[in-house]
Write a new protein. Sequence first.
Length: 178
Amino acid sequence: MLRTLASVPRLRQRDGDEAVRAALLHFVNGTSFRIVHISIQRNHLHLVVEAANKEALARGMQSFAIRAARALNAEFGREGKVFAFRYKAKQVKTADYARNVLSYVLNNWRCHNEDRRYEGMPFDQYSSAWAFAGWSKHGKRRDDFGLPVSQPRTQLLVFDWELYGLIDPFERPGPLQV
């Protein structure tokens, strides 16, 4: 998770979306670091990433945060620090936890009641939910809509999480300990 400073305009708007999208494009199909899912909230980002090792994770997240901060500052016509702290990371080691993380990140807009604005819409336009193939219903995958992300390559995020059930797009996930 990356949280913005209070002085940064809200991210869930066209300018914020475009800035994050521009930063994400650099990481599509990465080899040692990939962003496989993302959710943009008003003042923070949730990401699911795959990294070859701790160093690749640290460098990848640092690079993404710098690119995102520069793009956000340019879009919002501001200067200075964007993110309040480095980032919070939690390693996903089990299939059930992977399923919970995917549900939490892709349906996070429901936790923040952002879904009230888009009654009946199954997926958050400010996330990579449209590119996710593991929905229990409404599962029309569209790579041309939503945020650009990489396809997962680890067995945990490709197959194993499904052992605990597909994700309902209207599921309201509970808090994760991250």
